[in-house]
Design a protein around this ligand. Structure first.
Ligand SMILES: [Zn+2]
Length: 471
């Protein structure tokens, strides 16, 4: 049984609605090459394209308006390893057995990774990532001729990528995957401070591990209560980092244009997850399944695509099938996502998004109308009316409209059962990080206090019991 078929027909109100704008266009011609960029930790709503008040992203805004931007793209996990694993394999994190911060799990060799599919279709393949939870040892290197996980920042990442591209012949196709932690790190180049960081003289001004402070709540507790000025300073550093990353991407794309590759190349820009800034009491990512963590930018640009903003909900799971479809390759039957080619040409449909977290075990089902969150910890379960409460401020779990909620409960139950029954893609291999890797993860805030409240991700029976207690 193909999961894709199962997921498409999940009976949730509003799902699979065909839509076509008045300007429906022909199916676009096929791009020759692919560049996929993942800007780690980039919230959708901090880009001008999606309505942000600050001009953080002029380049991404430009390509987003010239290409196809998706307004509701939902990540399948709120942190780096499982989200990228899902994006690049088109399988849900639990199907892959992706796990916890201290042992994220290994992507099984049986998974059909995007790079493997494109390599089989004749593409030269190359990745430059920033390591940590994107290290080759987690299984991300499958299908890449070279998987370079030592890209320190956007400057070195872009430089290494352009160097590799010099060796590609005109008659060859290529797939390039770029990943950066530059937004995750809260360390923008000093030259960006004057424009983006308001004058600040608080206690954090000389703190050299802001990412750890934001992500690691024990570190935050040690720093004492953060006041409004501290929080604004943190957000300013975040915005400055987006602006710097946007500048590097613009320079990179200008070089692609100068080399005559832009018209032949599909450019896809997205993020693995967002970031919380105390909207629900916490900060960082990897703790909750609220939209500030799960709703990410997705931009697909190629000169042949008619510009549009797609309002329908899609998923990171759909990125790989879309790329493969656009370049004329064949998607493996194992993939759980769907091609968005219909959305690119004005024939969109809304896809139900399931997301999950196995460090603080939780599962969610989201439609544009509502979100259901199930978790092992009872206080963090929730039901939200996204039409009237898009910021998820009013938990309706205790006053559940069961008629509205029933299809979501049924959908999540089918999804849980289907994923639990398939063990083909669980490697069971433990990941052990060395000292240098642990230091990198600690600087990103992933170690230390973050493990404190974690429990084991339970078996299907426990999830079904939670489901039955809740519905
Ligand atoms: Zn990440």
């Amino acid at each position: 049984m193909r999961f894709a078929q199962l997921l498409v027909v999940v009976a949730v109100a509003g799902a699979a609605l065909p839509a076509c704008s008045p300007a429906c266009s022909e199916v676009p011609s096929r791009p020759k090459n692919v560049i996929l960029v993942s800007i780690d930790t980039l919230r959708r709503d901090h880009l001008g394209l999606y309505g942000y008040s600050r001009n953080t992203s002029p380049f991404l805004d430009r390509i987003g308006r010239a290409g196809v931007a998706f307004d509701q793209c939902i990540s399948q996990a709120p942190w780096t390893a499982p989200s990228h694993a899902s994006m690049l394999s088109s399988l849900y994190p639990s199907v892959l057995g992706m796990g916890r911060f201290e042992d994220p799990g290994h992507i099984s060799d049986t998974a059909d990774m995007l790079a493997e599919v494109l390599a089989d279709a004749g593409f030269r393949t190359h990745a430059v990532t920033s390591g940590g939870f994107m290290a080759a040892k987690i299984g991300f290197a499958q299908g890449f001729e070279i998987y370079d996980d030592a890209g320190l920042n956007m400057e070195t990442t872009v430089s290494r990528a352009l160097q590799w591209l010099r060796g590609i012949r005109d008659d060859e196709r290529f797939f390039l995957f770029l990943h950066t932690y530059d937004v995750h790190k809260y360390k923008p180049p000093a030259s960006y401070h004057a424009t983006w960081v308001e004058p600040y003289s608080g206690a954090l001004a000389f703190h050299d591990r802001i990412a750890d402070l934001v992500q690691n709540h024990e570190e935050q507790a040690k720093a004492g209560a953060l006041d409004d000025a501290d929080r604004r300073y943190i957000r300013d550093l975040y915005d400055a980092s987006i602006a710097a990353t946007d500048d590097w991407l613009r320079r990179f794309w200008e070089t692609i244009e100068q080399r005559g590759l832009a018209d032949d190349t599909l450019l896809v820009v997205t993020a693995d997850h967002g970031e919380e800034f105390w909207e629900h009491g916490g900060s960082g990512h990897g703790y909750t399944l609220f939209d500030e963590n799960l709703r990410v930018p997705l931009i697909v640009y190629h000169p042949s695509l008619a510009p549009r903003m797609v309002p329908e909900q899609v998923r990171l799971l759909d990125v790989a099938p879309t790329i493969v479809d656009l370049v004329g390759a064949t998607a493996p039957t194992s993939w759980q996502g769907e091609s968005l080619e219909g959305s690119l040409s004005g024939h969109a449909k809304t896809l139900v998004a399931f997301s999950e977290h196995s460090h603080f075990p939780a599962k969610s089902a989201r439609t544009p109308q509502a979100k259901l969150i199930l978790s092992v910890a009872e206080p963090t379960r929730g039901f939200f009316d996204l039409r009237n409460d898009p910021l998820e401020t009013k938990n309706l779990m205790q006053e559940l409209d069961r008629a509205t909620a029933r299809p979501m409960f049924e959908g999540i139950e089918r999804w849980l059962r289907a994923n639990a029954s398939d063990s083909r893609f669980r490697s069971g291999t433990r990941i052990v990080f060395n000292a240098a890797e642990l230091e990198q993860l600690a600087a990103l805030g992933y170690l230390g206090g973050t493990a404190g409240g974690a429990v084991e991700d339970p078996d299907l029976d426990v999830w079904l019991k939670i489901l039955s207690d809740t519905r």
